[in-house]
Design a protein around this ligand. Structure first.
Ligand code: AGP
Length: 619
């Protein structure tokens, strides 16, 4: 959603903030803007519609330094993308500038009240009410304390919001606040300089010492540090934590796109995911931060997985793994559906959120619901210190570093590995896995990173994905079929293609094809079939026959040397022979590459797909 960057300190704040915004481009946006104080403490604002370079171009030859600035990339919710609706928004007297992520649900009511008090609005956004309301509170309370005015304003806002304020009334200061779950607010610590951002990558180049704002908290940030308080104004002591991310991991390097870099990183990223988690000699899976004792694991009556998008699909595979290894019943729900369906929960249920960003509003709301119902909550998360990690009883980090591509790749496969580890962990604690089976599962997962590396190498050398992509780039629709463990991978493959190539694609459980989607099959409709040599292989072959009988083109993901299947289909992508529970992870890789290569040929903006944002922080 919206990206926020802010800086106070001795360097040129405009440059630091624009650079920070550049690193947030992956969030997706439709306009951008910056507010800064000049050397005379006068406030200036520049805003543009469209890409960030439209804004940075304006400052190309600008050498005047600025001691403080805030910047924003906007993903429109209220008001169309245009210059007047771009952030920062300012108060009528021009002294207060605000950037905002989230939605002010009662903005109409506040807008009318402010209009009644003579305020004139210059935009169609909900954000503008925040700027005017701060001004109103500051004036009407006759307080010289801008922080009080911001706090009074926050008390009036309904919904979830993250804001940063810059004002001539308090130069050299940024006021940042978080209300609800509308995305994170990260405070970065430098040497006599401080940063504020919605996401860590915006400031990672400068510092890895950060603190996070919780719901209701406010930070007064000056070059020498930050003072924190809660919604009532009571001071809070917060110590910065060290983020173990490598700044180079947030760079594209020699790759054409972040997405491609992240696909090819997966041998390493999965090695990192497994680091410290498996001990072959002791036949152990360690998930220390899950904070779950064996007796809690034994008491569990079931598991509910909540997630959105690709993380939801990961959850569908997780369900099968956990059910196979633990005998526990697992249900999977979309974060956006969960809390509205009156779920049945008790304290013996594990509610597991899967969220790469740890900031997805719908998933966080589901977690909140589970906490209220006293369930044991855990999260599989990538971003260290994100909201999901902080509010859960336990956490399993993906340990893959920052993922910049909007279309998730390495975080998706990491979440599958975390789910596999969780299944083994629960099976061990509950006594449903005997020693030999556990040893086999642990040995198998240890081989996964190398299998992923080999898969990537073979895709690269054979050129098969490029060839398939070139053949089908012009198609308007795709069908993806999988069964059992591969059904969630079919869903994910279709989502990848949709997201970055804008081709309509549907993932389907293969057995369901004859109940409807078969009507779509003709010579223009390619079907991607995940058909490795496993227990369901024969059923998949029969689906292939059914598509071929209707003149549909079939692209099969088949186990190496399965020439029989290869002869039946139009194109074949070989999968390595691997243990059954690892094959879905290996199958995800060629589907990521296929979506990427098709998108390249269609000339789409792969790292910034239209309308999409890396983390969805609105409902
Ligand atoms: C995946 O490619 C998507 N960008 C999207 O579906 C994503 O998985 C979803 O928004 C959930 O995000 P999260 O894992 O950060 O919660």
């Amino acid at each position: 959603m919206c990206g926020i960057a802010g800086y106070v300190g001795p360097r040129n704040a405009k440059t630091v903030v624009l650079e920070g915004l550049k690193r947030l481009e992956y969030r997706g946006y439709d306009s951008a803007g910056i507010a800064f104080l000049d050397q005379h403490d006068l406030l200036h604002i520049a805003r543009v519609k469209g890409r960030l370079h439209n804004l940075t171009d304006r400052f190309r030859n600008d050498l005047d330094s600025a001691p403080a600035a805030i910047g924003h990339t906007r993903w429109a919710t209220h008001g169309v993308p245009c210059e007047k609706n771009a952030h920062p928004h300012r108060s009528a007297d021009g002294e207060i500038a605000v950037v905002h992520n989230g939605i002010v649900e009662n903005y109409q009511e506040l807008r009318s009240q402010l209009q009644g008090n003579g305020y004139v609005f210059a935009s169609d956004t909900d954000t503008e009410v925040i700027a005017h309301l701060i001004h109103y509170n500051w004036k009407s309370r006759k307080t010289s304390d801008l922080v009080d005015a911001v706090r009074a304003t926050l008390r009036k806002l309904k919904g979830s919001s993250a804001i940063v304020v810059l004002s001539t009334l308090r130069p050299d200061t940024l006021i940042a606040a978080r209300l609800g779950n509308a995305g994170g607010v990260v405070i970065g610590y430098g040497e006599n300089e401080m940063y504020v951002a919605s996401d860590i990558p915006a400031i990672l180049k400068h510092t890895c010492r950060v603190a996070f704002l919780e719901n209701g908290e406010l930070a007064v940030v000056t070059p020498s540090g930050a003072a924190y308080s809660d919604s009532s104004g009571t001071p809070i002591i917060k110590h910065p934590v060290k983020i173990e991310w490598d700044a180079a991991a947030a760079e594209k390097g020699s790759f054409a796109h972040y997405m491609l870099k992240e696909i090819f990183e997966q041998e390493q990223s999965l090695t990192d995911t497994l680091r410290g988690r498996i001990d072959i000699s002791r036949n152990q899976v360690r998930l220390d931060m899950l904070n779950m004792t064996d007796s809690v694991a034994r008491r569990l009556s079931g598991v509910t997985i909540v997630a959105c998008g690709s993380s939801y699909y990961a959850g569908l595979l997780g369900k099968q793994l956990i059910e196979r290894l633990t005998g526990l019943h697992v249900e999977v729900d979309f974060g956006s559906e969960f809390r509205y369906r009156h779920p049945v929960l008790d304290e013996n249920r594990l509610v597991l959120a899967i969220t790469q960003s740890g900031e997805t509003t719908d998933t966080l709301a589901a977690l909140e619901e589970a906490r209220e119902r006293k369930a044991f909550t855990a999260s599989i998360v990538s971003v260290v210190g994100s909201q999901a990690a902080r509010v859960s009883d336990g956490v399993i980090y993906m340990q893959v570093g920052p993922e910049i591509g909007v279309a998730t790749t390495k975080a998706f496969t990491a979440s599958l590995v975390d789910l596999y580890l969780l299944a083994v962990f629960l099976g061990t604690a509950r006594g449903t896995l005997d020693t030999n089976r556990r040893a086999e599962l642990i040995r198998n997962i240890a081989t996964l990173p190398r299998l992923v590396g080999k898969t990537l190498e073979s895709m690269q050398h054979s050129g098969v994905i490029e060839a398939v992509a070139s053949k089908y780039t012009d198609r308007a629709n795709f069908l993806y079929l999988g069964r059992g463990l591969h059904y969630p991978i079919a869903l994910e493959g279709a989502l990848k293609l949709k997201e970055i190539s804008y081709i309509h694609a549907e993932g389907y459980p293969a057995g369901e094809m004859k109940h409807g989607p078969i009507a779509l099959i003709d010579e223009r409709m390619p079907t991607v079939v995940i058909a490795p040599k496993d227990s369901l292989h024969e059923k998949m072959v029969s689906q292939i026959e059914q598509v071929k009988a209707r003149n549909g083109a079939v692209i099969a993901l088949a186990t190496q040397d399965d020439t029989e299947t290869a002869h039946k289909v139009d194109d074949v992508v070989w999968l390595l022979n691997a243990p059954e529970m690892l094959t879905p992870i290996l199958a995800a890789i060629p589907l990521q590459l296929l979506a990427y290569e098709i998108a390249v040929r269609r000339g789409t903006d792969i790292d910034h797909p239209r309308n999409l944002a890396k983390s969805v922080t609105v409902e």
